[in-house]
Design a protein around this ligand. Structure first.
Ligand SMILES: Cc1cc2nc3c(=O)[nH]c(=O)nc-3n(C[C@H](O)[C@H](O)[C@H](O)COP(=O)(O)O)c2cc1C
Length: 444
């Protein structure tokens, strides 16, 4: 029996997310991203298709690495303009019962005390369906917006994140006892003050002496996602993450990264089943192979490789315009090291701007899987078995039809093979994923 595959939609509160240029397709609706009904319709649609969740990326800063200017990013809507994803969640939760929400928040620019309260509020309003993708950023443009000249060094960002995590965990898990809230109208006692305590934290980056302002929410700690895969990133994920988001097209490399992650988690006393791995995937599908191929040819006409290069330059931390088109590119980076490693694997050690441009077939470094629902379902199951992956974050292409297509053509094929649920289980996001409401290490 194949494992139950988990499926998230992967999106961002903006026009151009991963597959750059597709917003210009006549059927694409992502230019409606400022309209709340766009998002509530989206949520209903995903829940009707039994998606486990929607995963929102978010990036603080603009993509100004390519040519040292943000102009191409602005012109082509490459993740700018971008609105706050957290604001969408109560609206989307109000029209759904089961859909989970993974939201990215960059802790470098958050105050832990207020951030902990915002996440608790979302956990209350969604009835325990909130997850947080922990990121620390990769852009100097974000650092400049916050009054610094450049971002912290790669590994120092993770050290800061470790401290942030220990502080917010103490606020979420340690400030209010489970039975602190009484709500006794007859005696006029809302909460037992003896069961609420101040958290004292004095670390390198943060100093807090305060009780958490929110009462305990269904999950307390949001489901923790993480997506860094460098050596230091893997150590961080092994310590904190419950869901890990990976990119990669080559099965042996992904398999090895998953193995290393699970081994690192085991060293922290965690079970392999304590971490779910989601692979990023872009899917173009249809009722038949031919229909899928035709759609792919149609979509490709709208892809924008200049815009894709803007995105790649920023996330790799490399200005490709400093190199001739066939000049090998230096691979040291202070941005996303795992992306640089993936690039080197995909294009070979001597990779060049030309080789990179060749990869950007549909406006992104992530080449799509194109095929009938049956072919895609088989491929997904095969990937999960071979690389020990638990599910997929599906990048949007032409939205919302890409999700309609997935639901119409792939979901029934997965269900037929016993690899996808036929109805939702009730309960919190963590309950659905792991069978418990609270984090494993902190459960009573
Ligand atoms: C698949 C994937 C998705 C990511 N999504 C985001 C994001 O939405 N926002 C963000 O600021 N960083 C994002 N990142 C960056 C990482 O979370 C990470 O904090 C980082 O830049 C360092 O990664 P590394 O350990 O691989 O070097 C993403 C990275 C990967 C691989």
């Amino acid at each position: 029996m194949p494992r139950e595959i988990r499926i998230n939609a992967f999106d961002m509160n903006c026009v151009g997310h991963i597959q750059q240029g597709l917003w210009t397709h006549p059927r694409d609706q992502s230019t409606r991203y400022t309209d709340i009904s766009y998002w509530t319709d989206y949520a209903r649609r995903l829940e009707a298709g039994l998606f486990d969740g929607i995963f929102f990326a978010d990036v603080i800063g603009v993509y100004d690495v390519l040519g040292g200017s943000p102009d191409a990013a602005v012109k082509n809507a490459v993740q700018v303009p971008v609105n706050d994803p957290m604001m969408l969640i109560p609206a989307m939760a109000s029209v759904t019962q089961h859909l989970g929400f993974g939201v990215t928040a960059n802790l470098t620019y958050e105050q832990p005390f207020q951030f902990a309260r915002r996440m608790s509020t979302l956990d209350h309003l969604t009835r325990g369906r909130i997850g947080w993708n922990i990121v620390t950023g990769y852009l100097d443009s974000a650092a400049r917006a916050a009054g610094f000249t450049q971002q912290m060094a790669h590994d120092d960002r993770y050290d800061m994140a470790d401290e942030f995590m220990s502080l917010v965990t103490a606020l979420w898990e340690g400030s209010w006892d489970d039975d602190a809230v009484i709500r006794d109208k007859a005696r006029g006692i809302y909460a037992d003050a003896a069961k609420v305590r101040v958290i004292h934290h004095a670390g390198k980056q943060y100093k807090v002496d305060a009780m958490h302002l929110s009462e305990p929410s269904p999950q307390r700690t949001p489901v923790l996602y993480q997506a860094g895969a460098s050596e230091r990133g893997t150590r961080f994920a092994a310590t904190h993450a419950e869901c890990v988001f990976m990119n990669g097209q080559k099965q042996p490399a992904v398999k090895q990264a998953v193995q290393e992650l699970r081994q690192a988690a085991a060293q922290q006393g965690r079970a392999a089943s304590d971490i779910k791995v989601f692979l990023g995937a872009t899917i173009v599908t249809g009722a038949t192979e031919q229909e899928a191929q035709d759609k792919f040819e149609d979509y490709k006409r709208y892809a924008n490789s200049e815009a894709a290069l803007v995105h790649a330059a920023a996330s790799l931390g490399i200005d490709f315009y400093k190199y001739d088109i066939d000049e090998p590119i230096e691979t040291k980076s202070n941005a996303i090291q795992s992306n640089v490693a993936a690039m080197t694997r995909a294009a070979g050690p001597q990779w060049t701007r030309r080789k990179l441009l060749d990869q950007l077939v549909m406006g992104s470094r992530q080449p799509p899987w194109v095929g009938s629902g049956e072919a895609i379902a088989r491929k997904m199951i095969e990937w999960c078995d071979a690389a020990d992956v638990d599910g997929f974050n599906l990048s949007r292409t032409v939205v919302p039809e890409c999700f309609d297509d997935f639901i119409a053509h792939v979901v029934p094929q997965l269900q037929e093979r016993g690899a996808f649920k036929t109805s939702y289980q009730s309960g919190t996001l963590r309950g659905k994923l792991f069978g418990r409401d609270r984090r494993a290490s902190t459960s009573a």
